[in-house]
Design a protein around this ligand. Structure first.
Ligand SMILES: NC(=O)c1ccc[n+]([C@@H]2O[C@H](COP(=O)([O-])OP(=O)(O)OC[C@H]3O[C@@H](n4cnc5c(N)ncnc54)[C@H](OP(=O)(O)O)[C@@H]3O)[C@@H](O)[C@H]2O)c1
Length: 287
């Protein structure tokens, strides 16, 4: 069974982007600019935002963090988004989720100019992806998954792809993206009856649940490619929904490839964020 190396591909994507950005800065006289908005003091969110800024700056992008206190009102946050929307020097806006409970996430996502919506969560981008438009900004994790499959030269067209999870962030857009790439797609979720019956048909199985040890070897088709999106912590150790689960020795005998956790889909999510930012920048500078 092949272990698909997401860290290596993410590194490659970032090196290519760094070269492209240096060339564009010379040509268009400005760097891509990504604005990150963090509300509250959740340490995980602060780490994620810090890592995104570090990665953006490392390849020559401009990147600011707007760090707002927990008690920031929805109106104050909307004012900041309006300001960033109107600022022509800003290419991309990302509001780190989850937001504090008193703020309505959909209201905030809908307020971002969809052309700057680097996370691809605005209904306009969701709609563009659903209509298989090339203009859609694709959410970062699904884009990373597609890049991994393409890099590994895993054929998607005509394959049966089963996606477990239907969140707006991962499962749903991933399923749409696989459909756009001509897979036949089945989406499973917590109310799905007879999950093993469906997973056993998957030539590509994408697992985005957040629940380790649910998938066992007898749920896989011989030769299946398993994309493990899940991130879970067990006794302080990072594990996926499939990778490092108790059944991995048996899974290894059946699956043809798997993404590890850590080092699989995770690093690709940040690399895709940078690709999305650069794509939006190019739309803005190349007239
Ligand atoms: N690697 C990365 O970069 C990255 C990025 C984002 C997320 N993640 C990880 O990916 C996982 C999923 O993230 P998410 O944001 O999509 O989570 P989420 O919003 O909690 O969605 C989880 C999905 O899994 C489904 N589900 C839960 N239990 C199930 C079960 N027993 N059988 C079948 N389906 C089940 C849920 O179904 P219902 O809709 O019916 O509730 C839901 O659609 C998490 O571990 C998260 O940390 C990783």
């Amino acid at each position: 069974m092949k272990i698909i190396n997401g860290s290596a591909l993410a590194k490659k994507i970032k090196s290519i982007l760094a070269i492209d950005i240096a060339f564009c800065v010379e040509k268009y006289n400005r760097a891509p600019k990504l604005e990150l908005v963090l509300v509250g003091d959740d340490p995980h969110s602060a780490t994620h935002v810090g890592n995104k800024k570090k990665a953006a700056n490392a390849i020559g992008m401009e990147c600011d963090i707007h760090s707002l206190p927990c008690h920031t009102s929805q109106t104050e946050l909307l004012e900041l988004i309006d300001q960033l929307n109107k600022d022509a020097s800003v290419d991309a806006i990302l509001v780190q989720l989850p937001l504090p409970k008193h703020i309505d996430t959909n209201t905030i996502i809908n307020a971002i100019d969809y052309r700057k919506d680097v996370d691809g969560l605005h209904p306009m981008n969701v709609g563009l992806l659903c209509t298989s438009s090339d203009d859609a900004i694709i959410p970062c994790t699904p884009r990373g998954i597609l890049s991994l499959l393409q890099e590994e030269q895993i054929e998607i067209s005509g394959k049966h792809c089963v996606v477990i999870g239907r969140s707006n962030l991962v499962g749903n857009p991933t399923a749409r993206l696989m459909l756009k790439n001509n897979a036949s797609v089945t989406i499973c979720h917590s109310k799905t009856r007879d999950l093993p019956y469906l997973t056993r048909q998957a030539e590509i199985l994408i697992v985005a649940i957040g629940c380790p040890n649910l998938i066992h070897a007898d749920m896989l088709k011989e030769g299946a490619v398993v994309i493990d999106v899940g991130i879970n912590s067990i006794d302080g150790k990072l594990v996926g929904d499939v990778y490092n689960s108790i059944d991995v020795p048996s899974i290894e005998k059946i699956a043809s490839a798997i993404t590890p956790v850590p080092g699989g889909v995770g690093p690709m999510t940040i690399a895709s964020l940078l690709q999305n930012t650069f794509d939006i920048y190019k739309r803005n500078v190349v007239k």
